[in-house]
Design a protein around this ligand. Structure first.
Ligand SMILES: [Zn+2]
Length: 700
């Protein structure tokens, strides 16, 4: 029933003709929330270590990722011994290499079986979307394997593909394109190569790597460099021509592209040709990730696909990663690192700077987009220099990290890096595994339900316009710090029905806006909705990047309750915008919670979900407290007692029961004091994370 309703909703938005699509991104059925989970990534010495496997039994991670379980070397192939090359020693023969491979494979199979026995559900290993390494003149690395192809015959090798030199990504002038650098120090005396996923010979090699992983018993693969495609090779050029002809009529190709279906060589062009070139690369990666899943699934029944490459642009979940299980956001930016909580950095003697680290924006994309993919947050303790004492994770940060995924991501995970030596990790996994399992029904198959929506389409990024992302991030920060329930909407999830759910909608400097999106926003205000437009240059271009005359966007600007010139930070200063009533009681206090005391209300963040948009019978309100000190030498949490929440209810509904669920604690039934449209509850205590589940019934 629900699926059918959503399908109909989306139909109105995907073009029914074969002309330029109204939604320039791919459309798909909305995938609701999933159960969050625990995750370890470790490239250290795990293979053959009995202690390592034994340690997994306490709080076994749902997902584990290693490097050593890839039987071949993912870049150099199964014949390369870099140590011998560097020592000037002769390399082993094809026969010896095959024997070594056979033994390695047995150890990998044994590890995978032991990890499963310990309770790990999904065991994955490292591969790369595009990298190989070798030296063609000296026949080293992958070329040595290519020369000895027959020696590996027993391992289900495909027919030998063309020379690996022909697999490379190409620049517009036909020369080699290298991500990072060809002279990568880690590869010396060999070179690093970047290959094209659209090249059938590269695909043959990659397929063998993936199939071998599946045959050894791996449940899936982690695909590094999951966005590194910037290729103009013959395969890409031909593919792009086909891509354009599939998306546009001949008349449109004549009008919009001057009849020229070549790829955009200038990455700062900002035009439709650039957007289509980038969307083509996104779709090429998507197809390749689907191929990887298919190769593995043909052997294993199903196969987990976990690419890297969200890096603060989690909206890639709408394009290249939309069918992946999980995408890594490698959060390495900033002076304060990426672990969630309160970060302090020493500046000069006795002087510290303080920052609230949170990853809400990345996580909020997942339920906003509604694709299958969720976020895995890999946080650094500062970058490039790590500062573990002040910016490293601790037991509270581990709980907070998983809380972010659970509350804001609609699933996904906080990555625990290298568990050896971090004794806090296993108890956190143990507690959170139990909590997620106990409440699986309250996590899975839910739909975001907020008071405010930020419409943040991904399309402008492909035109090279990143202002939407930046402005949406600031808007989310400002509004959620007020204690409001804030959702994102994207081009795949905006519709008149979706907009109608929100009391306030923010359009964060969306210069590229489709006519249909503009009409939906105007229709929303006609039906009584309040629209905040950030940027008086909003809607100056249409979905194809063409300039839109002022008179054609005047109606939208006039429909807005307010048009702010810059960013939403102005909201705080002048209070010009009438906001919905926040969830958190204002008496919880603002500012300075980290100094101790009962304040710190502005460090609370909330998100809510319903079991059904059309007929809600259950509302879950997740509460996350960021008043947690980061750093391995710290353990302070600014807990709240008697925290009063004012929970807005879906129209026409009343709450009949409220239960508080918190990790490591018994469930607590909460008394409800009802006011029209609102249920008030008081949490006896909130440490880092809890959620309230309300049962609903029609008020009449
Ligand atoms: Zn290519």
């Amino acid at each position: 029933m629900r699926k059918a309703a959503i399908a109909i909703m989306l139909l109105g938005w995907s073009a029914l003709c074969h002309a330029a699509p109204d939604n320039m991104l791919s459309t798909f059925d909305y995938v609701p929330t999933q159960v969050p989970f625990t995750h370890i990534l470790d490239y250290g010495g795990v293979l053959g270590s009995e202690e390592y496997v034994a340690a997994l039994q306490q709080g076994p991670p749902y997902l584990i990722t290693h490097h050593e379980l890839t039987i071949t070397h993912p870049y150099f192939g199964p014949m390369c011994d870099l140590g011998r090359i560097r020592a000037g020693e002769p390399e082993i023969s094809g026969e010896e290499a095959a024997e070594k491979y056979r033994q390695n494979r047995e150890r990998v199979e044994a590890y995978i079986a032991a990890a499963h026995d310990a309770g790990v559900k999904v065991v994955t290993s490292y591969i790369c979307l595009m990298t190989t390494g070798g030296e063609p003149d000296r026949r080293l690395g992958l070329w040595r394997f290519w020369d000895n192809w027959d020696a590996f015959d027993e391992f289900n090798l495909p027919p030998e593909p063309a020379d690996p030199l022909t697999w490379q990504q190409r620049k517009p002038d036909g020369s080699e394109h290298h991500f990072y650098t060809k002279d990568h120090p880690a590869y010396k005396p060999m070179f690093r190569y970047s290959n094209c996923v659209n090249n059938p010979d590269y695909q043959a090699w990659h397929r063998w790597v993936v199939e071998e992983a599946a045959r050894a018993g791996l449940d899936g693969v982690f695909v590094d460099n999951g966005g590194s495609l910037r290729c103009y090779c013959d395969h890409c050029r031909a593919g792009f021509d086909e891509w354009l002809r599939d998306r546009y009529t001949p008349a449109e190709i004549a009008e919009l592209f001057g009849g020229d279906t070549s790829m955009q060589a200038n990455l700062s062009a900002g035009d439709l040709r650039l957007a289509e070139t980038q969307l083509f690369w996104q779709e090429s990666i998507h197809k390749h990730l689907q191929r990887i899943r298919g190769w593995g699934a043909a052997i294993r029944g199903n196969f987990y696909v976990y690419p890297n490459g969200l890096h603060g642009r989690a909206h890639y979940m709408a394009t290249r990663f939309r069918d992946a299980d999980l995408g890594m956001d490698e959060n390495s930016s900033g002076d304060f690192g990426g672990h969630p909580g309160i970060a302090r950095r020493h500046v000069v003697a006795g002087l510290y700077m303080r920052n609230v680290n949170q990853n809400m924006m990345s996580f909020r994309w997942a339920p906003a987009i509604g694709a299958n993919c969720r976020v895995s947050m890999m946080s650094y303790s500062g970058y490039p220099k790590r500062d573990e004492p002040n910016l490293g994770p601790n037991v509270n940060v581990g709980v907070l990290g998983l809380a972010e995924a659970a509350a804001f991501g609609g699933g996904g995970t906080y990555l625990m890096y290298r568990p050896t030596g971090h004794t806090w990790m296993a108890p956190v996994r143990e507690e959170m595994n139990a909590f997620f399992a106990r409440n699986a029904d309250l996590y899975a198959d839910h739909y975001p339900w907020g008071q405010v929506a930020i419409f943040a389409p991904a399309l402008p990024t492909y035109f090279g316009d990143r202002t939407v992302e930046e402005t949406a991030r600031v808007s989310l920060d400002v509004l959620s710090a007020h204690g409001l329930l804030v959702d994102l909407l994207t081009e795949g999830t905006i519709s008149p029905e979706a907009l109608a759910r929100y009391q306030l909608v923010v359009v964060p400097r969306v210069r590229i806006l489709s006519d249909a999106q503009m009409q939906a926003l105007v229709g929303y205000t006609n039906a009584g909705g309040r629209l905040v437009i950030v940027g008086d240059d909003t809607a100056t271009r249409d979905r194809l990047g063409r300039n839109r005359p002022d008179e054609a966007r005047a109606q939208l600007l006039q429909a807005a309750a307010v048009v702010l010139p810059g960013t939403l930070t102005a909201l705080e200063a002048d209070g010009a915008i009438e906001l919905p009533a926040p969830v958190r009681d204002q008496e919880a206090g603002d500012a300075g919670g980290a100094a101790g005391g009962a304040a710190g209300g502005d460090l609370l963040r909330f998100a809510a979900y319903v079991d059904d948009w059309a007929r809600p019978r259950e509302l879950t309100v997740h509460c996350v407290n960021y008043d947690v000190d980061i750093g391995t030498v710290n353990d302070r949490v600014g807990s709240h007692e008697d925290l009063r929440l004012r929970i807005p209810l879906p129209a026409g509904m009343r709450a009949t029961a409220a239960t508080l669920h918190a990790p490591g604690a018994e469930d607590v039934t909460l008394p409800i004091s009802a006011a029209p449209g609102v249920a008030e509850v008081t949490l006896p205590r909130l440490d880092i994370y809890a959620f309230v589940a309300l049962e609903l019934e029609p008020a009449g």
